[in-house]
Design a protein around this ligand. Structure first.
Ligand code: ATP
Ligand code: MG
Length: 357
């Protein structure tokens, strides 16, 4: 008996459909080649076109629908004619919230055959796991505006931190660090300037750390962290921080590793009560939509993370080895300095799977 998986595919907007199609093609190829699992993707049409038709980005019973799947593979959301905060809250945050996907995991490394913009960084020098708190903090959505239209108009943007919210992400981050060879965790805050929530982060980190005596950990202020990521990337391994801080640092990390086009992410419910959601870090990238040059590696790697989360670790490894071989052969999209198309990369990965599988 082989395991069977049902996956919701939500390609949504911009280059989302191009890169999700690519990832589905390689994962189906992987399943056919290895024969160790079966997988079935079901298309869900949520996104900006759906919003324009129905007035909603997702169906009302989003939780019920997604609970019928083992995981979801997502593309990107956002359109030039819809304000970003409407599309983002309408789709992605409407899924993350009810599913309680509180851990956002973003692995970052320099791929073979690709170049970091850092002169002193080679393959292996950047090999990080960024853990982003995904359910509260600066993106809790609380706040308000007053005196609309007046020169003294004012707005508040609340960052909400709870002990429970911090504790669960911190524990997940320590476990992640513990599972890696270097057992090294850096906790990012801004507790010099923000004296409530950020100080609570520091305190909870110290409490949780007691349960992980084998993990070396340190604290960094987010501003100093940007400098360390650039100047001393080798000193870092697993990194944990708030929703806003890691949103920014993970884009920096992706750029340092070569391109945002290779950066994957997992939105996990570590309790495994709900299906988790996997997506590239990049957005809908309208400047290249429809041109056939979007880098599919971020989404393919996200699909590999999905397989790994579902328990298909050997299959995930074959998939990532295939992607690495393709990069080594210099079959790269323009964002990585090559001239291959999305389809060229997809086909090359399928060929590698056949060779390795
Ligand atoms: P969003 O508003 O949804 O975040 P965006 O327009 O800000 O989307 P991003 O997706 O964040 O764009 O990407 C920023 C830039 O990086 C884009 O201009 C795009 O050209 C490039 N880029 C992003 N993803 C890819 C990819 N998969 N392949 C190639 N280039 C990419
Ligand atoms: Mg963006």
């Amino acid at each position: 008996m082989v395991n069977s998986y049902r996956i919701a595919s939500i390609p949504a907007d911009g280059i989302g459909p191009e890169v999700v199609d690519s990832a589905i093609e390689v994962v189906e190829k992987l399943a056919q080649t290895l024969k160790t699992f079966t997988i079935e993707f079901t298309h869900i049409p949520w996104g900006t076109a759906y919003y324009k038709e129905t007035g909603r980005y997702v169906d009302k019973n989003v939780l019920e629908i997604l609970q019928g799947f083992d995981a979801a593979l997502f593309g990107s959301v956002g359109a030039p004619d819809v304000p970003d905060h409407i599309s983002l809250w309408g789709l992605l945050l409407a899924i993350r919230g009810p599913l309680q996907l509180y851990a956002n995991v973003r692995p970052v490394r320099i791929f073979p055959g690709t170049q970091s913009p850092l002169r002193h960084a080679d393959e292996g020098d950047i090999d990080w796991i960024l853990v982003r708190e995904n359910s509260e903090g600066e993106y809790c959505g609380q706040g308000g505006r007053s005196h609309l239209g007046q020169v003294w108009e004012a707005a508040t943007e609340v960052a909400l931190f709870t002990y429970v919210g911090i504790e669960r992400i911190m524990r997940f981050a320590f476990e992640t660090a513990q599972s890696r060879p270097r057992k090294l965790l850096t906790v990012v805050t801004k507790s010099n300037a923000m004296r409530n929530g950020m100080v609570l982060w520091d305190e909870v980190a110290a409490i949780v750390a007691k349960d992980f005596p084998d993990v070396r950990w340190d604290k960094m202020l987010v501003d100093a962290m940007t400098v360390r990521m650039v100047n001393n990337p080798k000193s870092l391994d697993t990194i944990v921080g708030t929703n806003l801080h890691m949103d920014i640092l993970s884009d920096l990390a992706a750029a340092l590793a070569g391109s945002i086009g290779v950066a994957p992410s997992s939105n996990l419910d570590p309790t495994r009560k709900n299906p988790s959601l996997f997506e590239p870090v990049h957005g809908s990238a309208f400047d290249i939509t429809g041109k056939g040059v979007a880098n599919p590696v971020a989404t393919i790697w996200s699909a590999a993370e999905m397989l790994s989360w579902l328990g298909e670790k050997a299959a995930a490894k074959v998939l990532m080895d295939s992607v690495e071989n393709v990069c080594r052969k210099n079959i790269l999209t323009p964002d990585l300095g090559g001239n291959a198309s999305t389809k060229d990369v997809t086909r090359a990965v399928c060929d590698e799977i056949e060779t390795l599988g």
